[in-house]
Design a protein around this ligand. Structure first.
Ligand code: ADP
Ligand code: ZN
Length: 634
């Protein structure tokens, strides 16, 4: 009830000022343009012709002195033979008014003499025509001006010139609630207070508690930040304004700041409400030069800071902003009273992914065989947007195939479309190539299967994908892991290098297919040395710092050249050791490797269970005799 009282209270004067301003201005401008144009037109036509009396014209006509005549609706323009003889630069043309009443007769006469005659229009009509003509011109110009002012926002050049609301996007009711946001429980909890406040600001103001003006949602793209902001609006049942930070800066100079002002003005009218600024880093990046700000962006940022300080949070405006690079934000934005709350929106874990899949399959008819748990397991690292996309792809596939329900296969295939690239059956591999790919993939899978505890692989395939991969091995994370020990990382490294190791062990050759593996392995080893303090030589020293923690988390070296050389050496050492280990594991299990690779060559795609059947059979065959001893020192 509180929120509805606010609405009609303050804005009335504002309300009727606005539309007037935006119509009157183009109106006046077009009027001025029309006046100026017709003035100029008159001046030009005056200066071109010399005015004479009608009698003079009549005389010239009667004496046969006319060389050219043009009869217009309001005048007669003519040229005499005398003038015709003069050089072109001195020649003069004349004009005179129409004769009173007998314009038609004159036209007839001139026509008979063989002159050009336009339909003469009687004098009182000519006034109307002129008015019509000018009105038409006015109309066209006016429409044009209106269009122009609609396109332009802000008041860069002419105070208040066209305050268009383009791109500010407002929803009265978002219709999204927390039920639509899967997982993200911690974020929801932090946002609960804001909802409570929007419901009942008085409860807070009575005690004298100051309310948060804003909160910053931090997380990777597609994790549902926008969705959460909408859900807050939906839960609190208030309007939702949203604009993207990049919208502020892409426009003309000076526009950004006035957009900010505009946005908050609009928001104030319908408060309580949520103002959501997506990609705030586009405007809010630090003003020091390291990240290259510019004056336009600074102005916009200053305006934004001003607006945030300016609005009275007891009115019920809450500003939410989203970013994936909080570290580049200007410190001023993060000061108390501004975006001082930071809400982390993480990539979903297994349970989160399962919930997200459930949310998105709510409205989709699923067939009995669908096992969302499996999909969730297979999609480690995927964000909410990926999963939403995956479900939609699956539904589309079901429709394409003329089915009424979505089945597990649809979901698995879509997983490959969305996350691994589409299956491409027409890339033809020679038999040797195929063998190499098969051994390479089994190399990965076998190292993983022998070194890790649970079932590590869900699928191995040598069907080429459009992404360029000739085959791939899909791993299942045994459980969500937040911590990895050094040993686990080493196992990962051996697994990644297992592909190349198999090539070497079986064919004695190195292929280009391992390029991606090698990059991944190198990057992992680098992290171990430079960030996790896991190398022998450097010990606990971390010679690198992490940038963009919420994007890819790239690390850059920040150390002396000697240290950098040591880093390289250590990385090399780790990689070499892991590679040798992988080769050793595969050599020891060569029979198993051959067996599985042959099976894969026949079937092209095998499941994790099939793989484990081979591995477990081999394990129980081989007595627990010492496998390590034969190849002890490598
Ligand atoms: P962001 O703003 O973080 O880039 P969005 O909020 O725009 O991500 O998410 C894009 C889409 O992904 C949403 O519209 C929604 O369909 C889906 N999505 C993302 N996260 C979730 C989630 N936690 N629960 C349900 N759907 C989600
Ligand atoms: Zn590989």
């Amino acid at each position: 009830m509180e929120q509805h009282n606010n609405q009609p209270n303050k804005p009335p004067q504002d309300n009727d000022k606005k539309p007037k301003g935006s119509i009157w201005l183009p109106l006046i401008i077009s009027l001025a343009i029309v006046l100026v144009i017709s003035g100029i037109y008159n001046m030009v036509s005056r200066s071109q012709y010399t005015e004479t009396t009608y009698t003079e014209f009549r005389q010239a006509m009667d004496s046969g002195n006319l060389s050219e005549v043009e009869m217009r609706y309001d005048r007669i323009i003519y040229m005499t033979k005398e003038e015709d003889q003069k050089p072109a630069s001195q020649r003069k043309a004349f004009y005179t008014g129409l004769p009173n009443g007998d314009a038609l007769a004159l036209a007839e006469e001139l026509y008979q003499l063989g002159f050009k005659v336009y339909q003469p229009i009687v004098e009182d009509n000519s006034l109307i025509t002129m008015i019509l003509y000018n009105a038409l011109m006015f109309g066209v110009i006016f429409l044009f001006m209106r269009m122009l002012t609609k396109r332009m926002t802000g008041d860069g050049m002419m105070g208040g010139f066209g305050k268009s609301k383009a791109k500010v996007y407002m929803e009265k009711q978002t219709g999204v609630t927390f039920k639509d946001v899967a997982g993200q429980d911690e974020a929801k909890e932090s946002l609960q207070e804001i909802i409570d406040f929007l419901h009942n600001p008085q409860k807070y103001t009575e005690i004298g508690a100051k309310l948060p003006k804003g909160a910053l949602l931090v997380g990777s793209p597609g994790t549902g930040k926008t969705l959460l902001a909408k859900a807050v609006a939906g839960e609190a049942d208030v309007p939702f304004f949203s604009i993207s930070g990049s919208d502020f800066v892409e426009m003309f100079v000076g526009m950004g700041a006035s957009r900010v002002r505009d946005l908050f003005q609009q928001a104030a009218k319908v408060a309580p409400c949520i103002v959501f600024i997506d990609e705030i880093d586009a405007v809010g990046r630090s003003r020091d030069s390291r990240y290259g700000g510019n004056t336009e962006q600074e102005q916009t940022l200053n305006q934004l800071l001003g607006e945030i300080d300016g609005f009275d949070s007891s009115k019920g405006i809450v500003c939410l902003a989203a970013t994936n690079r909080p570290e580049i934000l200007d410190k001023a934005l993060l000061r108390p009273g501004r975006f001082d709350r930071r809400i982390i929106v993480d990539k979903p874990n297994l349970q989160g992914r399962l919930d997200t899949l459930k949310v998105h399959t709510r409205k989709i008819k699923l067939s009995e065989d669908v096992d969302l748990q499996k999909i969730a397991q297979a999609t480690a690292g995927a964000v909410g947007a990926d999963l939403a996309n995956l479900v939609n792809e699956a539904a589309l596939r079901a429709v394409r195939q003329g089915r009424k329900t979505v089945n597990q296969e649809d979901l698995m295939v879509s997983f490959e479309v969305v996350i691994a690239g589409t299956e491409k059956k027409n890339t033809v591999l020679t038999d040797t190539e195929k063998r190499m790919v098969a051994y390479h993939e089994v190399g990965h899978a076998l190292v993983a299967a022998l070194e890790k505890r649970a079932d590590p692989v869900t699928k191995i395939t040598i069907v080429p994908h459009t992404s360029g991969a000739l085959g791939y091995t899909m791993y299942t994370p045994e459980e969500e892991k937040f911590l990895s020990t050094k040993d686990e990382l080493l196992v990962d490294l051996r697994t990644v290098l297992g592909g190349r190791a198999a090539e070497q062990v079986v064919f004695g050759a190195k292929t280009t297919g391992a390029a991606n593996d090698i990059q991944r392995a190198t990057s992992l080893a680098k992290h171990m040395v430079t960030l996790y303090g896991m190398s022998d030589e450097l010990g606990l020293m971390a010679p690198a710092a992490v940038q963009h923690q919420y994007l890819e988390g790239q690390a850059y070296l920040d150390c002396s050249q000697e240290t950098a050389a040591t880093v390289d050496r250590e990385v090399q050492k780790i990689l070499d050791t892991c590679y040798e280990d992988a080769k050793r594991v595969l050599t020891e299990n060569r029979a198993l490797l051959d067996e599985i690779a042959e099976f894969l060559l026949v079937k092209e795609t095998i499941t994790g269970e099939e793989l484990m059947a081979y591995v477990n059979a081999a394990k129980s065959d081989a007595a627990p005799c010492a496998t390590d001893e034969d190849f002890d020192e490598e």
